[in-house]
Design a protein around this ligand. Structure first.
Ligand code: NAD
Length: 436
């Protein structure tokens, strides 16, 4: 069995010493609260409170050791009233149905908030991709997507990268899908996944899109608060796709990343890291461990560092009570999904630390994924400038909408982002009604 659970060290999450963190329950709590704020009918709330479909597949793969390994894959399809299901594929040893239900529903809120004609889904495989060769990862990916079969499709359910997956994973996924739908449809179904490499039908600007969206939100927050970003400091938890591009794009605006960390540990550099060099190092070595230009610090000390902006860009359940009491920042911008626990967020807000929630802050990824899907469907290729300009407009609109609803409902940005999404979903259910 290759899906043996790797038990993370106790410092991996905020609630690891408390009872088990139930991410889906947390998200349902936000949903119920937001529904009251914007007067969503009970029927609609009932429908949205659970995913439409939860697919679990055990699939065998013969690996380099000559043995057959059994993997557990998931695809949770939360809602498709606005359009095809859309959401990432996560490869991680802690992937669980509960987390994927939470993450799939959050994709529904993100797409609704951003005004995209897409629904919400999330999937993944419960295994640690770092333990496998590239050849094995390709085999596992291809076997998983073959097993998913017609449960996905360019007009039905469109996966994308998430933690532990990247453009290569999407190229193998797309290639597997197009080779199994029949040669006549091959070129019309490239839009079955997004986040592909550019030569294989990907879009300009997708790799940096999530970080770019986070950085746009930070910029809007700075404008609103008359805060000069030039010369300010940032700390970033997680230096993968989202964390590294956030660091790089922030550095262009004069913001130094003074501390960062990943699954191998944390580093501090009061002078600020060179994000390009650190990214290059992580690309070569797989993690920040051993990077010479920084002092190794503990996870606890990382959350105590005085900074202006803190960007969690790793996992859910990272900022609980203790971290929230320790964080010395003006803003927490959630690059990751679900990094703050409700208790942690309350402490941050009570301490006057603003939180830009995941559903808004990291929605640049799905927005540019949508652009990729549109380009695939139209056989077009947009320039980076065009993608960037569209994303900026979309992020600004969503940010303003969320701020305005927060003001009207006298609530925080998280419940306002859910509220804005719910308003759109409820309007569609009102028009279409529930069949039959
Ligand atoms: P990634 O796999 O590229 O990077 C994940 C990072 O988190 C790595 O640096 C890893 O070492 C670190 N990490 C893992 N476990 C950790 C731990 N216990 N403690 C500290 N760091 C740890 O993943 P990503 O795509 O950057 O995704 C990060 C987060 O952003 C996830 O919550 C994901 O759902 C969210 N997100 C990603 C996208 C996207 O487009 N990739 C879009 C929206 C949201």
């Amino acid at each position: 069995m290759s899906d043996t659970l790797h038990v993370p060290p106790a410092q991996d999450s905020a609630a690891s010493t408390e009872e088990e963190y139930e991410f889906f329950k947390v998200v349902q709590g936000y949903l119920r609260h937001a529904a009251k704020l914007v007067d969503v009918p009970d029927d609609v709330l009932t429908i949205l409170s659970q995913p439409k479909q939860e697919i679990i597949i055990h699939f065998p793969v013969r690996l380099e050791d000559g043995k057959v390994h059994l993997f557990k894959g998931y695809r949770v399809q939360h809602n498709n009233i606005l359009g095809p299901y859309k959401g990432g594929i996560r490869y991680h040893q802690n992937v669980s149905l509960d987390d994927l239900k939470a993450l799939a529903s959050m994709m529904t809120w993100k797409c609704a908030l951003m005004g995209l004609p897409l629904g919400g889904a999330k999937g993944g495989i419960k295994f640690d991709p770092r333990q496998y060769s590239e050849r094995a990862l390709e085999k596992i990916t291809r076997r998983f997507f073959h097993a998913l079969g017609s449960n996905i499709g360019p007009m039905y359910d469109i996966p994308a990268p998430d933690m532990g997956t990247n453009a290569d994973t999407m190229a193998w996924a797309m290639d597997t899908f197009v080779n199994t739908v029949g040669t006549r449809s091959m070129s019309s179904v490239r839009g079955v996944v997004t986040g592909k490499p550019i030569m294989s039908g990907g879009t300009e600007g997708r790799v940096k899109a999530t970080g770019q969206g986070v950085v746009h939100c930070i910029r809007y927050w700075a404008e609103d608060n008359d805060f000069d970003l030039e010369g300010s400091h940032c700390t970033i938890q997680g230096f993968g796709n989202v964390g590294s591009y956030t660091a790089m794009l922030l550095s262009k605006m004069g913001v130094s990343t003074i501390a960062t960390g990943d699954h191998t540990g944390y580093l501090y550099n009061p002078e600020g890291f060179n994000p390009h060099k650190l990214m290059e190092y992580v690309r070569k070595n797989g993690a920040i461990a051993g990077y010479p230009a920084g002092e190794a610090i503990s996870r606890e000390d990382f959350f105590k560092i005085k900074t202006d902006i803190m960007v969690p860009a790793a996992l859910e359940n990272q900022i609980g009570v203790i971290e929230a009491q320790n964080i010395d920042a003006k803003l927490v911008a959630e690059g990751a999904n679900g990094p703050c626990t409700p208790e942690g967020e309350k402490i941050l807000l009570d301490r006057g630390i603003e939180v830009i929630p995941d559903v808004l802050a990291n929605s640049g990824g799905v927005t540019v994924s949508y652009y990729e899907w549109v380009q695939n469907n139209r056989s077009e290729h947009w320039t980076l400038e065009e993608v960037d300009a569209r994303l900026e407009t979309a992020m600004r609109k969503a940010y303003r909408k969320t701020k305005e609803l927060a003001r009207q409902c006298n609530t925080d940005l998280r419940h306002a982002s859910y509220g804005a999404a719910l308003k759109r979903l409820a309007a569609v259910y009102r028009e279409r009604r529930i069949w039959p």
